[in-house]
Design a protein around this ligand. Structure first.
Ligand code: PLP
Length: 433
């Protein structure tokens, strides 16, 4: 392990803290959950990030998901270069938006109509408004530990008990908003049934990460998504799959294709913009026709469908659509990483929990299975922080929080997987000492 200088990152972070709240433009980047100081990045290519001090890092976050083909991939660069001379925004409809809608509808099985926005947060906020407008109901059900962006309705803590009336998680979220969000434990169909029975005819939508990335990686137990589908159909509740992380990643058509369960609405982000700020929400025609100007539910955006972002996203999605082998590769390389980690733990006499679905995985520092937020919170966070820093010192860039997933890109070769596994062995060994 080489000593890594980080003086330029440190200087920038000190300066940033004077100018930007907490020194960062999104909280998790500040490394608060793992200790130490954030690394300021200067460039990235393929599987590697390069920081302001000249260090390189093997990247297992990939910008929190979008860079599924690795950093700065040529096809996205070429697509962006092609559009740049023709201006960056028109505020008028363009051909690429039609092509984008057509492609999304062809790839994501349940989407019949789609609207482009600029982030995952916009997508989920808008989807909820549409579900409320469409059903004429106010309340929504979300799951403990699921993150759907920073819209007020989603920043609600669970409290205790299966059916909990929401309490705001963040100052600034009003009690009035919180009252309309009901939180239940993930993977607990009984709790959902009780919540629905307790508010008859009042639930507009159930929103869920079909595979959760935001409490670490947690998979749905068999029958859970199917059960939600049944309840929603029976009670005329709009089932929303938040596929901001899983869309175009767990399969071409996201988690809904992988698990064969169709929601009424889907929210998308991350990969859909090829690394540019893009989100989208879509779903059944009759529901989406409630959106203005077709219908009465208002939603708009100055930069929505931005030509540069559309060109980048189209290049990315077209490639994924035409190359099934991407998904086979991601499955195999991710399996190699996780199998290797389990072998490392065996050699060291350790037995921590690893969850994986496709190219998303997490290690939890507990021996118990992790199936919901309560069990995820059993992970030893101090050990996670030490493990994170041990890996960082060896040039491996992981998500700086236990309650995040890793995202694998196709730029991780067999050789780089071996490099990762060597660092993993040494980092776990260091934890034991
Ligand atoms: N939904 C999910 C499942 C997410 O993971 C995220 C962000 O990580 C969001 C919504 C919000 O997306 P954005 O950060 O683009 O606003």
């Amino acid at each position: 392990m080489n000593e890594r200088s980080n003086s330029n990152s440190l200087k920038l972070f000190e300066q940033a803290q004077e100018l930007i709240p907490g020194g960062v433009n999104s909280p998790v980047r500040a490394f608060k959950a793992v200790g130490g100081n954030p690394v300021f990045m200067k460039s990235a290519k393929g599987a590697f990030l390069y920081d302001e001090d000249g260090n390189d890092y093997l990247d297992l976050i990939n910008s929190w998901g979008p860079m599924i083909m690795g950093h700065a991939c040529e096809m996205v660069q070429d697509a962006v270069k092609e559009v740049l001379p023709h201006s960056f925004s028109y505020g008028a409809p363009t051909r690429r938006e039609v092509e984008m809608a057509e492609l999304i509808i062809s790839m994501v099985p349940s989407i019949e109509k789609v609207r482009m926005v600029n982030s995952g947060t916009e997508a989920t906020m808008s989807a909820i408004r549409v579900a409320r407008g469409f059903t004429g109901r106010d309340k929504i059900i979300k799951f403990e530990g699921c993150y759907h962006g920073h819209g007020d309705s989603f920043l609600i803590s669970a409290g205790s008990g299966a059916i909990t009336l929401g309490v705001p998680d963040s100052p600034g979220v009003t009690k009035g908003v919180a009252q309309d969000t009901i939180t239940v434990p993930y993977n607990n169909l009984e709790a959902v049934k009780q919540a629905v029975e307790a508010a008859p005819g009042q639930i507009a939508a159930i929103i869920i990460e079909p595979v959760v990335g935001n409490m670490g990686l947690v998979a749905p137990v068999r029958g859970f998504l199917e059960g939600l589908r049944e309840i929603c159909t029976r009670e005329n509740i709009v089932l929303i799959f938040d596929e901001v992380m899983t869309g175009f990643r767990l399969a071409k058509g996201g988690a809904q294709e992988r698990f064969g369960v169709m929601p009424d609405m889907t929210t998308l982000g991350k990969i859909i913009g090829g690394g540019f700020p893009v989100g989208a929400y879509g779903g059944r025609k009759d529901i989406m026709d409630a959106v203005a100007p077709a219908g009465p539910v208002y939603q708009a955006g100055t930069l929505s469908g931005n030509p540069v972002a559309m060109a980048a996203g189209l290049a990315m999605l077209r490639y994924l659509n035409e190359h099934d082998e991407v998904y086979n590769y991601l499955e195999n390389i991710s399996d190699k990483l996780v199998t290797g980690m389990r072998e490392n733990m065996d050699k060291l006499g350790l037995n921590y929990t690893i969850n994986r679905v496709g190219s998303m995985f997490s290690i939890f520092f507990t021996r118990q299975p992790v199936t919901d937020f309560e069990s995820a919170k059993k992970s030893d966070l101090k050990l996670f922080g030490q493990y994170f820093n041990n890996m960082l010192n060896r040039g491996i860039y992981l998500a700086p929080s236990q309650f995040e997933t890793l995202f694998i890109s196709t730029a991780i070769t067999d050789e780089l997987a071996d490099k990762y596994l060597k660092a993993n062995f040494e980092s776990l060994q260091e934890l034991k000492n």
